[in-house]
Design a protein around this ligand. Structure first.
Ligand SMILES: CC(C)(COP(=O)(O)OP(=O)(O)OC[C@H]1O[C@@H](n2cnc3c(N)ncnc32)[C@H](O)[C@@H]1OP(=O)(O)O)[C@@H](O)C(=O)NCCC(=O)NCCS
Length: 372
């Protein structure tokens, strides 16, 4: 059996925030903090906070702006978090709303109706609630039958979700699978943390997977090789969880949001990812020179350039390793899928590519694909 990606979709949130907007708020907060704590800073009890800079952010990460579902509150030094109005249980949740919009596009591209889909996997880095699964809410909203579940693998969730979809198709438990990644990650950033206040944006992506013999989309990509890998690390971590409230003294501490040792991540993840891609290509008997595109995880432009150079043996040229993080920032597991979604229309029969995600866990997922 040959499994293909037969359609993809992208939902872009309604608001955007530039680096300058984020930095202005951050620097105003720093000024207020340093004035309020001036005596303690003078006596050495408290360390003065340092300002952030748009120039640093763009140079160190390549990020220029990000899309967000909710902007109100994020740029106010009193709140410094997006304020998300409560929705009743009868209303569609924010994440399901994002997922449904991306899913409808992917289904249209794959020429699929709700009755064709029999498995929905919501694969992302956080879900808004533990249960009922966001995927089952999406299933109801789209009017699909079959079964649905949520899975979290941080920045590798989308590729791991696709691999689970492939397994379901190969195992015969599904005929057409929708893998949706509603990455509602901006609310987990600590906007008071200079090291990470610029990192994430919200987005949702979706892909349809099915067997080659049922696929009718204009651009169908056969999955030649799929490989997940994980190795434990504390260098990217969020301790947010259902037991937080049982430790009231620390339930709102900074480690309940996204925290990372960015430099260590950079150094440790890159060799792992390069090895994974090189092994996959060797197993598929594909030379790097045969690749039309590298659709890489979108966390940092310097990381993408490093991986692309290592795999290709030279600087990527033109659109060989598309970058979307300048506009979207890091969108967790959706990044490589956005790059794929936006940059495959010019690909033709026989063109090969790699989709590779990597991040917390550590985790990395690599898909080698070929246009039918
Ligand atoms: C986060 C990241 C962009 C930071 O870039 P970096 O080059 O490693 O920057 P560093 O943290 O080493 O800081 C370098 C300098 O800039 C300063 N700096 C840090 N944040 C700053 C900010 N917002 N504004 C201005 N200066 C800043 C630091 O204080 C440091 O100054 P120093 O040299 O005087 O000590 C980068 O490490 C990264 O992207 N890592 C990988 C992250 C990743 O992929 N995570 C996966 C998540 S899914």
């Amino acid at each position: 059996m040959s499994v293909v990606i037969s359609g993809s979709g992208l939902f872009t949130p309604p608001h955007s925030i530039s680096n300058d907007e984020l930095v202005d708020t951050f620097n105003q907060y720093v000024e207020e903090f340093n004035v309020e704590n001036s005596d303690a800073i003078a006596s050495g009890e408290v360390e003065a906070l340092k300002p952030s800079s748009s120039a640093f952010i763009e140079k160190a990460s390549g990020i220029k702006s990000r899309y967000v579902m909710y902007k109100e509150g994020a740029l106010d030094t009193k709140t410094m978090m997006p304020l998300i109005p409560e929705r009743s249980n009868d209303e569609l949740s924010v994440q399901a709303e994002m997922a449904v919009a991306a899913a409808k596009q992917a289904m249209q591209a794959a020429n699929k109706k709700p009755e064709d889909i029999d498995l929905i996997i919501v694969a992302c880095s956080y879900t808004q609630r533990a249960y009922p699964a966001i995927a089952i809410e999406v299933q109801k909203e789209l009017g699909c039958q079959g079964w649905a579940f949520d899975m979290l693998v941080a920045c590798s969730a989308a590729t791991f979700g696709i691999m689970n979809g492939v397994n379901a198709l190969n195992g015969g438990t599904a005929k057409t699978v929708l893998v949706v990644s509603p990455e509602f990650v901006f609310p987990q950033i600590n906007l008071r943390d200079r090291d990470s206040h610029f990192i994430f944006g919200d987005v949702a992506t979706a892909v349809v997977l099915e067997n080659q013999d049922t696929a009718t989309g204009d651009h169908c990509f056969k999955l030649l090789k799929t490989k997940p890998m994980t190795t434990f690390s504390n260098n990217i971590r969020s301790n947010f969880g259902h037991t937080n409230r049982c430790t009231p003294d620390t339930m709102l501490a900074d480690d309940k949001m996204f925290v990372q040792q960015g430099r260590k991540v950079f150094k440790e993840v890159l060799p792992m990812v390069c090895q994974l891609i090189e092994e996959q290509l060797a197993e598929a008997d594909i030379a790097a020179t045969d690749l039309k595109r590298l659709f890489l995880h979108q966390a940092n432009i310097n990381m993408n350039t490093f991986v692309a150079k290592k795999i290709l043996g030279r600087e990527p040229v033109g659109n060989e390793a598309p970058i979307i993080l300048d506009e979207f920032a890091n969108t967790a597991s959706a990044g490589s899928i956005i790059a794929f979604h936006r940059n495959h229309d010019d690909m033709v029969q026989g063109d090969k590519a790699v989709i590779c995600s990597f991040g917390a866990g550590y985790s990395a997922g690599c898909l080698v694909i070929e246009h039918l």
